[in-house]
Design a binder for this molecule. Structure first.
Ligand SMILES: NC(=O)c1ccc[n+]([C@@H]2O[C@H](COP(=O)([O-])OP(=O)(O)OC[C@H]3O[C@@H](n4cnc5c(N)ncnc54)[C@H](O)[C@@H]3O)[C@@H](O)[C@H]2O)c1
Ligand SMILES: O=C(O)C[C@H](O)C(=O)O
Length: 329
């Protein structure tokens, strides 16, 4: 039976992440190896020609699942009938900046895009915000889309999750496949909290296996939280292939489900769980099934974790106040 193609919109399609992302979407890695896709590429006018070049290369791959590519600088066209929207297009930070420094530069992009999603997208729209500061940009887009269920707007902390998996695997001499139930809490920023207290390595509690609070506080957490800056320092440009990979992972897991007994991390609107004020888009441990996610409930949060979750949530509240002040929500 022929399946109806899923419309996938990628903003910032001519950028670094766009280039690493589009070919993987078209090859079936975003939604599944049997799901045909139509791509919509949104760019600013001066970058349309570059986006056309990428589309030519997509054509030249002859991907069996790719059933069309539209390129536009009009958000209303880009989000028309869209089922999955990847909001990547935004200015990346450069050396010495924090992601929050991008609030006013990038915040203005997400309000009109949120409105265009509200007015044009398909009823089952799922949105992933990658452009930084991702959590608060997701909040801005969501606020501009009152007709779309709030929980469809998510922000990417899967890159942080993947970074934490690898650091923990290295420390414990295991592989990432041995690790389950790791959590990123809070903001995709230097205040984020990668939590290993509920994680397992080969079935054993990760924090007990590591048994080294100094490493946790002084090595693991800062390495994960500041990895984006370390990549910028090393590459002279922000992460691109690993960010695209995380975007693929985020949507694939949202649509296709988490493995039994495991969970993942997603930036999602808080329902008040774990003391995170309702409505803030904060990272939580989530399970997914049938295209829906649920926050993992009932985890014991120790003092070490509580202080760090609270600090990141405080930053999210400050960002929310800042964008309120800018009239973006
Ligand atoms: N959440 C994460 O984990 C994560 C990881 C890596 C990068 N990022 C962020 O992703 C964003 C993109 O990074 P990049 O390296 O691809 O940047 P880039 O500069 O290479 O590309 C950005 C693209 O967005 C386009 N763009 C700008 N305004 C737009 C608009 N209004 N509509 C559509 N397109 C628009 C630009 O023309 C450019 O082609 C940055 O904000 C970066 O900080 C987030
Ligand atoms: O750090 C950045 O500015 C880019 C991205 O958010 C990352 O985490 O690599």
């Amino acid at each position: 039976m022929t399946r109806t193609p899923v419309n996938v919109t990628v903003t910032g399609a001519a950028g670094q992440i766009g280039y690493a992302l589009l070919f993987r979407i078209a090859s079936g890695q975003l939604l599944g190896a049997d799901v045909p896709v139509k791509l919509r590429l949104l760019e600013i006018t001066p970058a349309l020609k570059a986006a056309e070049g990428t589309a030519m290369e997509l054509d030249d791959c002859a991907f069996p699942l790719l059933q069309g590519i539209d390129i536009t600088d009009d958000p209303n066209v880009a989000f028309d009938g869209t089922n999955v929207a990847l909001l990547v297009g935004a200015r990346p930070r450069t050396k010495g900046m924090e992601r929050g420094d991008l609030l006013s530069a990038n915040g203005g992009i997400f309000k009109p895009q949120g409105k265009a999603i509200n007015d044009n997208a398909a009823d089952d729209i799922k949105v992933l915000v990658v452009g930084n500061p991702a959590n608060t940009n997701a909040l801005i887009a969501q606020a501009a889309a009152p007709d779309v269920p709030a929980e469809r707007f998510t922000a990417m902390t899967r890159l942080d999750h993947n970074r934490a998996l690898t650091q923990l695997a290295k420390k414990t001499g295991s592989t990432v496949a041995d690790i389950q139930r790791l959590t990123i809490w809070g903001n995709h920023s230097a205040t984020q909290y990668p939590d290993i207290f509920h994680a397992t390595v080969a079935g054993k509690n990760a924090a007990e296996t590591v048994n080294d609070e100094k490493w946790l506080a002084e090595d693991f957490i800062p390495t994960v939280a500041k990895r984006g800056a370390a990549i910028i320092e090393a590459r002279g440009a922000s992460s691109a292939a690993s960010a695209a990979n995380a975007a693929i992972d985020h949507v694939y897991t949202w649509v296709n489900g988490t493995a039994d007994g495991d969970w993942t991390s997603m930036g999602i609107p808080s329902d008040g769980s774990y003391g995170v004020p309702e409505g803030l888009i904060s990272s939580f441990p989530v399970t997914t099934k049938d295209g829906q996610y649920e926050i993992v409930q009932g985890l014991d949060i120790n003092e070490f974790s509580r202080a760090r979750i609270d600090a990141s949530v405080k930053e999210l509240e400050e960002e929310r106040e800042a964008v309120r002040g800018l009239g973006l929500i």
